[in-house]
Design a protein around this ligand. Sequence first.
Ligand code: NAG
Ligand code: NAG
Ligand code: NAG
Ligand code: NAG
Ligand code: NAG
Length: 206
Amino acid sequence: MMKVVILAVTFISLAHLSSPNSCSKCGNTEVPYPLSTTKNCGDSSYRVYCINDTLQFLSEEKIFYKILSIDANASRLVIDPPDIGRKKCYSSDLSVGGLKISESSPFNISKRNTVLLFNCSKNLLLSPLNCSSNSICREYEQKIEEGRPCRNTLCCSYLKDASMTSHIIRVRVEGCTAYTSVVDLKTDDPPTSWNYGIELDWLPPN
Ligand SMILES: *[C@@H]1O[C@H](CO)[C@@H](O)[C@H](O)[C@H]1NC(C)=O
Ligand SMILES: *[C@@H]1O[C@H](CO)[C@@H](O)[C@H](O)[C@H]1NC(C)=O
Ligand SMILES: *[C@@H]1O[C@H](CO)[C@@H](O)[C@H](O)[C@H]1NC(C)=O
Ligand SMILES: *[C@@H]1O[C@H](CO)[C@@H](O)[C@H](O)[C@H]1NC(C)=O
Ligand SMILES: *[C@@H]1O[C@H](CO)[C@@H](O)[C@H](O)[C@H]1NC(C)=O
């Protein structure tokens, strides 16, 4: 009897240690702490949404982005870049200006993203972005089906390093109208094997 009690207590405290009030799965996806799908679990500053068994991230502009992977140890997750239209070189979040995350959110856009911008206006040539004819965005346009509508438009790429704002990937009509992102780009690999996604870091809770 005693043994059973001790075992039970050990089990409960271990479970508690490894996952302090973490949320239950969303479909088949684990929702590790501090991510929170309801107000009764996780940490409410790290709100994500379980919609139709799919875990999603909500931007400041109220657009949902599917969460592709989570690495709680490294305090980061990867979201699915918005679709590019079949006929026009427009990202599905163009009408709201792209991806925006609140400055007060614990999430930011990680420095491991290489952002590819398409159908840019000539003004972008004056920017520090790489809009040269051998920029890696060309490879995407040429070799990836989703990039087809963007072929022969001016495209540019940049690494999301400290010089850029970490809470926005901006697109707009008369600027660049579509984008995608690659995590930890290996330029020697072909575009078909790049890791497409937008990696977000989160500030660990205290
Ligand atoms: C939920 O997922 C099912 C199966 O993938 C799909 O048929 C349905 O349209 C989805 N519903 C919503 C509201 O997205
Ligand atoms: C996270 O870190 C813990 C402790 O270091 C380790 O046991 C666990 O396997 C790691 N999980 C993942 C998914 O890397
Ligand atoms: C590029 O963007 C402009 C608006 O800035 C739009 O008129 C044009 O149709 C777009 N090009 C493509 C290929 O979608
Ligand atoms: C732009 O990117 C290409 C391909 O990675 C590289 O060869 C080139 O030197 C870059 N140009 C500038 C101006 O950074
Ligand atoms: C995002 O936040 C993390 C954790 O606070 C920080 O280490 C990182 O430098 C930030 N990234 C950017 C691009 O500002």
